[in-house]
Design a protein around this ligand. Structure first.
Ligand code: PEP
Length: 248
């Protein structure tokens, strides 16, 4: 079966609501595609204006984080219902910046993923190793552990709808992209693990992205790899260049 390619942008903590509207208006003609899923994951306060600006286009709006409780005394957090109420279908979970700066653990990410599935939100589950771990030769073991815990108690049906993003920490925002071989090796290992956990058909259906300084130049080779189904793009998703990445 052929998997639908995903071009997801992670805006991180960039763009005010007014700027979000402007950027979406600018990028809309550049990211038009019938065969690919184009997703902009925007800051929480930009979600509603972004949804309005993207109305009638092929752009889907995603969140960058979500809490694993339904509601209550969790100051500063956003619940799954708040996202679905406005029409959000995707959420990035476990980005390395959230793991690093905000101490999110694999267990937190698992709880969030289960909650997202419960509400029909597709999680984009991030994993990735540090430069030190790569140099120690433990990349694959580390990624397997991250994914195993993130998918604990996730049903096969839900797992087949998930999106996983392999993002080596040393490649994020550094201008240093992993080689196509490095990216394919890890994305292939993630698919092999999903096959061990869930069998052939889930492994065939789940979409696995590469992220880490993807740009218009590196995207074509990366996305041509057998186990890479698109990209999660940070810096370049805020520019017209994202249109060329979508085309790749
Ligand atoms: C990211 O933050 O998900 C990312 C891949 O960033 P960048 O493309 O800027 O490296």
């Amino acid at each position: 079966m052929s998997r639908r390619i995903v071009a997801a942008g992670n805006w991180k903590m960039n763009k005010t609501p007014a700027e979000a509207r402007e950027l979406i208006a600018e990028l809309t003609p550049l990211v038009k595609s019938d065969e690919k899923d184009v997703i902009f994951c925007v800051p929480a306060i930009d979600i509603v204006p972004a949804l309005e600006a993207a109305d009638g286009t092929n752009i889907k709006i995603g969140a960058q984080n979500m809490y694993f409780e339904e509601s209550g005394a969790y100051t500063g957090e956003i619940s799954p219902q708040m996202l679905t109420d406005v029409g959000v279908e995707y959420v990035i979970l476990g980005h390395s910046e959230r793991r690093g700066y905000f101490h999110e653990t694999n267990e937190d990410i698992n709880r969030k993923a289960l909650k997202a599935f419960e509400h029909g939100i597709t999680p984009i589950i991030c994993c990735g190793e540090s430069l030190e771990q790569r140099e120690q030769g433990i990349t694959i073991d580390w990624i397997r552990q991250q994914i195993k815990v993130a998918f604990q108690n996730v049903s096969a049906e839900d797992a087949s709808k998930a999106i996983v993003a392999y993002e080596p920490i040393w490649a994020i925002g550094t201008g240093k992209t992993a080689t196509t071989e490095q990216a394919q090796e890890v994305c292939g290992a993630i698919r092999a693990l999903i096959k061990e956990l869930y069998g052939d058909s889930v492994a065939e259906e789940i979409r696995i992205l590469y992220g880490g300084s993807v740009n218009a130049k590196t995207a074509p080779d990366l996305f041509a790899q057998p186990d890479i189904d698109g990209g999660l793009v940070g810096g370049a998703s805020l520019k017209a260049e994202f249109g060329d990445i979508v085309k790749a």
